[in-house]
Design a protein around this ligand. Structure first.
Ligand code: SAH
Ligand code: SF4
Length: 342
């Protein structure tokens, strides 16, 4: 249990014996001011000291390293958790807003070979507090550079829909208490169909991104092993149901791998899925990772792929790569911090 794991009623228990309005003050400090309870000057000194010692209000994230790239507009944090597991969070500043990419698991069990997190294997699910605290740290950082945290994307380490209950509680906390609207929250999945169905049944209409990377089962089985369990036709049906229920545009993520999924046949197969779904395709050249030999498609070919998609009626954009040199880009999060990996 750490500070952002506590529900409000649990915080009230921690503050038993204090005047009831203290609960609101501490909650406001945590969620509106993004401050450490022990730093809240509105509280009496004795209480601040007590809260500073209180285990239930301790932070979940312990800083191992903070790195910046892209002239300070990309920030990556490496955090150590209470049990020694290591995770990463990436904040990207844009002129008008900032976007944080949060981890939902330490490692990942999905085994996509081209992804550094997948190469590292699975350690454990993150708790609600471990997820929410990443967002709070990003809020603090954004405020420090006079921006506002605009978006949260669940695209860091791990598969969010394989940690569904905690991820969903974190989303509710981020929405209800940190005050970000559902249209600024995006869950990215490798295609866990039962999870997509659960999302479809929720009241909050968050954005859904599906990491497709291949639009035929033969190739997708190889790139994304979970496709053997949740094949394309069924995945597309689950996506259709989500789009119909939420009225939100679906995103399809496609990491372009040279000679593997960047051929004209791939364009046609992708268009056949994206057009009927009205999906927006995000193209990104594969980022290098230690355990995968094939390289990303070259920029000129990436543009050609995009142009072909557009000519077939697909809404497609090339995603700008951020933080490659500090291993902060998509698929590069592996928390390689040596002995700290515990
Ligand atoms: N598990 C979820 C979310 C985390 S991965 C998912 O797979 O969607 C975030 C995104 O990075 C996914 O779209 C994933 O396919 C992509 N990705 C993984 N490895 C990559 C790499 N080496 N280069 C570019 N994108 C990569
Ligand atoms: Fe897991 Fe996503 Fe990486 Fe696949 S791409 S191994 S699902 S984090």
């Amino acid at each position: 249990m750490a500070r952002y794991d506590l529900a409000r009623a649990e915080l009230a228990q921690v503050l038993a014996g204090e005047p009831p309005y203290r609960v609101g003050q501490v909650w406001d400090g945590l969620y509106r001011q993004h401050r450490d309870p022990a730093e809240l000057t509105v509280l009496p000194v004795v209480l601040r000291a007590r809260l500073g010692e209180c285990e239930a209000l301790a932070p979940a994230l312990h800083l191992v390293q903070r790195q910046t790239a892209d002239r300070g507009t990309t920030v990556k944090w490496v955090w150590r958790l209470g049990d020694g597991a290591v995770i990463e969070t990436v904040l990207m500043h844009y002129p008008d807003r900032s976007t944080v990419c949060v981890s939902t698991q330490a490692g990942c069990a999905m085994g996509c070979g081209f992804c550094a997190t997948g190469q590292a294997g699975f350690r454990r699910n993150l708790s609600v507090g471990e997820i929410v605290e990443q967002v709070v740290m990003a809020c603090r950082e954004a405020e420090g550079s006079e921006r506002r945290l605009g978006n949260v994307v669940f695209m860091g380490m791990g598969e969010p829909l394989a940690n569904y209950p905690r991820v969903w509680s974190a989303i509710e906390r981020i929405h209800d208490d940190l005050g970000l609207s559902a249209r600024h929250l995006t869950v990215s999945t490798v295609g866990i169909i039962p999870g997509i169905r659960r999302l479809t049944a929720e009241a909050l209409p968050v954005n859904l991104a599906v990491s497709l990377h291949a639009a035929n089962d033969e190739l997708r089985d190889r790139l994304v092993p979970i496709n053997r369990r949740y094949p394309l036709a069924k995945l597309v049906r689950a996506c259709r149901a989500y789009v119909d229920a939420k009225g939100r545009r679906l995103s399809i993520e496609w990491a372009l791998i040279e000679g593997v999924n960047d051929r004209p046949t791939d364009v046609a197969e992708l268009a056949a899925i994206a057009v009927p779904l009205g999906a927006h395709v995000n193209l990104i050249p594969l980022n290098p990772t230690p355990g995968w030999p094939t390289t990303g498609t070259r920029p000129q070919e990436v543009r050609l792929f995009r142009d072909r998609l557009v000519s077939m009626g697909v809404n497609a954009t090339i995603r700008r790569n951020r933080g490659t040199d500090i291993d902060a880009a998509c698929g590069q999060l592996a928390a390689r911090s040596g002995t700290l990996e515990g």
